[in-house]
Design a protein around this ligand. Structure first.
Ligand code: PLP
Length: 375
């Protein structure tokens, strides 16, 4: 990225040589992102983030038609949920399909809620809190057969499982760079039929007229390189993450048998774990464990601090107090098994100190289990 911030800082819309270089760097990055997604470069536009990609897809669909209904699910990221609630307050109708207790969305749940005036169906591919993978192929195919536009928020997917859009009849797919080691502040949107797309931003003719605004060249170059690496190392990185995650879950459950793992265990990203430790104050735990060097979260990073129980876990049927006792843990291929074991030790030590030392108010309330062994 550095040469594009220092030497080749030309504006890609200009005609002098350094500008043309910047323009060709953008096109090279587009090819790399298209290779990651299994689509054509002309079907990819760069955006500022996953949120913008999601908004662009849904708003474009609403502008392409007079239909006013959006069909989505109860476990979407707030980048979809809050857009939908704003749309509901401004003349649109939204239906939220329920999920199964394991977090999966069934096609029948969507079929039950579709309407004559449905403009777009938007269902996330991988859930950001649990890693649960929805049957996107089946949903996209059904939408396609019904003549319905289909968008998937695939922000959590790149670099973790293969994506091949030549096999999935989706109309839009959103990604975000920082989920696969590109910098923050860059995303992309796949558009199956760019000629029908109604842009969210109007102005300059960047991105073939589909997204006005001077391009963030260095970020785009970073996204391209990250896409190339994600594709090249996908299989190896996924298996390394799954190995560490599965080891962590297994060992944690041996030490603390009442720990529950949330979400479908088969249809799940290889790097994500969502656990409930009954009686834990998860918000407090995340802060205190952070001081010990363990970076975990409750729900989504975007809603942490809001104080509300995870809408994803409650949609799966967890009681509010269990949802508030849940942690989300994720691995990258840059983590090691030693770090995983250290994390296990820190977490079990922490749980033991909270619940067995009986030194905190919650310990006296909910010592419903014991730590089996402690390393
Ligand atoms: N969608 C999902 C599933 C996410 O996990 C996130 C971010 O965590 C977003 C959308 C928003 O992406 P961004 O922060 O790039 O706007």
């Amino acid at each position: 990225m550095i040469p594009w911030l220092t030497e080749h800082y030309g504006n890609p819309s200009s005609l002098y040589p350094t500008a043309k270089r910047a323009k060709s760097a953008i096109e090279e990055a587009r090819e790399k992102v298209a290779a990651l997604l299994g689509c054509q470069p002309r079907q990819v536009i760069f955006t500022s983030c996953g949120t913008e990609s999601n908004h662009s897809a849904i708003l474009s669909a609403l502008r392409q038609t007079r239909r006013r209904h959006i069909l989505t699910s109860r476990t979407e990221h707030s980048a979809i949920m809050k857009l939908c609630s704003w749309l509901e307050r401004n003349g649109n109708a939204v239906s939220y399909a329920p999920v199964e207790p394991d977090g999966l969305i069934k096609l029948e749940s969507l079929q039950n809620l579709v309407r004559q005036d449905t403009a777009i169906v938007s269902v996330m591919w991988a859930n950001n809190e649990t890693g649960v993978l929805n049957p996107i192929n089946e949903i996209a195919q059904w939408c396609h057969d019904q003549g319905l536009l289909f968008h998937t928020d695939a922000v959590q997917v790149p670099g973790k499982i293969p994506i091949n859009l030549s096999d999935i009849p989706a109309d839009f797919l959103s990604i975000s760079g920082h989920k696969f080691h590109a910098p923050k502040g860059i995303g992309a949107l796949y558009i199956r039929e760019p000629e029908k797309f109604v842009p969210m931003f109007f102005g300059g003719s960047q991105e073939n007229g589909l997204r006005a605004g001077t391009e963030a060249v260095a970020q785009i170059v970073g996204l391209g390189v990250a896409a190339e690496l994600a594709l090249e190392h996908l299989e190896q990185e996924a298996s390394v993450c799954a190995f560490m995650r599965d080891h962590f879950e297994e060992e944690l459950q041996k030490k603390i048998p009442t720990v529950r793992i949330n979400g479908n265990r088969t249809y799940r990203l290889p790097n994500t774990s969502n656990i409930t430790i009954p009686g834990l104050n998860a918000v407090q735990a995340v802060q205190e464990l952070g001081e010990k060097g363990l970076c975990l979260s409750t729900g989504s990073a975007c809603t942490s601090g809001s104080g509300s129980a995870s809408h994803v876990l409650t949609a799966m049927g967890l009681a509010e107090n269990d949802a508030r006792a849940s942690l989300r843990i994720s691995w990258s291929a840059y983590n090691t098994i030693e770090e995983t074991n250290t994390a296990l030790d820190i977490l079990t030590d922490y749980i033991q100190s909270k619940f067995l030392n009986l030194s905190t108010p919650e310990a006296t309330q909910t010592p419903s289990w014991t730590v089996q062994s402690h390393s």
